[in-house]
Write a protein that binds this ligand. Structure first.
Ligand code: FMN
Length: 363
């Protein structure tokens, strides 16, 4: 089957299959595996120090000469100015850790530090990155102008039709339509209630409203959901959770076991981990914070607070206190190499899309 379409031509890839950027999970090996197999790998660098960004880009470049995207968090970092709320949450967390036998260093309020996409841009420009995807908002006008001047293509994330329209207006080249099924943070950025539209409803409505290629994300875990996305009007698909158990994933062994065992109802969206809405597998950390009733700090302050235990839990491989972002279809992830997973998904979608008009018989 001919997979070439306007998205593959735009991005310079063979197949319109994109590995979702997954901060904390995606390794340079995963990005390269995906790009080398003809799809598009995505390197997440949201909030990382510029020198780390440069090093990660160099690592990917050493493994592939094919196109890959670098993924940014494009939001304005809010003022970090609520020390009392921070300390209240810190005290609660320390009690929770002690009750669970964990020794976790306290986080200093003054030490909360994240890097804005503006600070990271020079590293991307110096490395001649040609594809930039982003979430949490739209880069400011001067950053967009800078990237465009260098010939960079921009892929923005939308969780509603209104956000997709805003991304098109700002000059994006393609839009990732992220349904509520998706694992990880919601990319939502417009004021108002959190958009909670499912992929099946979101993709066709966005495809009808904008002229840019639409990339479907959220719940795409096998050939059936991938084929469905193309039928809904998507020009490409972006998959994250389905790669969580791959050897290229940085998830710990017990974390991978939790993904294998999670049910369709075993994830929920919460602000507990980071201060921003995100979907993850329920565990003691999520339940504890959600049940505390305490006011949550804004992103990235809440995120910085929970980073301390996440680091300890990762070393101990204790999934009760690891942040396990995952989508509603995460249980369909297989413990296979990333490129094999995506190839099987593509071949299965191809079979469905080429078998011609017939009444589907189901599984
Ligand atoms: C563990 C994890 C981390 C994620 N981190 C990012 C990120 O850094 N940047 C981003 O744009 N999206 C991130 N996402 C969201 C994905 O880009 C994508 O929308 C989502 O994985 C698609 O849904 P699925 O998980 O059902 O495949 C993350 C998702 C997961 C599961």
């Amino acid at each position: 089957m001919e997979w070439k379409n306007r998205l593959t031509s735009l991005l310079g890839i063979e197949y319109p299959f994109i590995q979702a950027p997954m901060l904390g999970i995606t390794t340079p090996a995963m990005v390269a595996a995906m790009s080398n197999s003809g799809g598009l790998g995505s390197l997440p660098v949201g909030g990382l120090p510029p020198e780390r960004v440069a090093a990660l880009i160099a690592e990917v470049k050493a493994l592939t000469s094919r196109p890959f995207a670098v993924n940014l968090f494009t939001y304005d970092i809010p003022a970090v100015d609520q020390p009392e709320q921070f300390e209240q949450m810190q005290q609660f967390l320390q009690q929770l850790y002690k009750a669970n036998g964990l020794a976790v260093p306290a986080v200093a309020f003054d030490a909360v530090k994240t890097y804005s996409y503006r600070e990271q841009l020079p590293a991307l420009l110096a490395a001649n990155v040609s594809l930039v995807s982003f979430t949490f908002g739209i880069p400011d006008e001067s950053s967009i102008a800078l990237l465009k001047e260098k010939g960079c293509l921009l892929l923005g994330t939308a969780t509603s039709v209104e956000e997709a329209v805003a991304l098109e207006k700002a000059g994006c080249d393609a839009v990732v339509a992220q349904g509520i099924e998706a694992g990880g943070h919601r990319g939502s950025f417009l004021p108002g209630p959190l958009p909670q539209v499912g992929t099946v409803a979101l993709v066709p409505q966005i495809a009808d409203r904008i002229t840019l290629p639409v990339i479907a994300a959220g719940g795409i875990a096998d050939g059936r959901s991938a084929a469905a996305a193309f039928c809904l009007g998507a020009s490409g698909v972006q998959c994250g959770s389905v790669l969580l158990r791959s050897p290229e994933s940085a998830a710990t062994p017990h974390h991978k076991d939790k993904v294998a065992a999670v049910t369709d109802t075993g994830t929920r969206i919460t602000r507990a981990f980071s201060g921003r809405w995100a979907r993850g597998i329920e565990n003691a950390l999520m339940d504890g914070i959600d049940a505390s009733g305490l006011p949550l700090n804004v992103y990235p302050v809440q995120d910085a607070l929970t980073q301390a235990v996440r680091k300890v839990a990762k070393e101990l491989d204790d999934p009760a206190f690891i942040v396990m972002y995952a989508g509603q279809a995460a249980q369909m992830a297989k413990a296979l190499p990333a490129a094999e997973i995506m190839e099987a998904l593509r071949m299965a979608a191809e079979k469905i899309l080429t078998r011609g008009p017939q009444i589907p018989q189901g599984a």
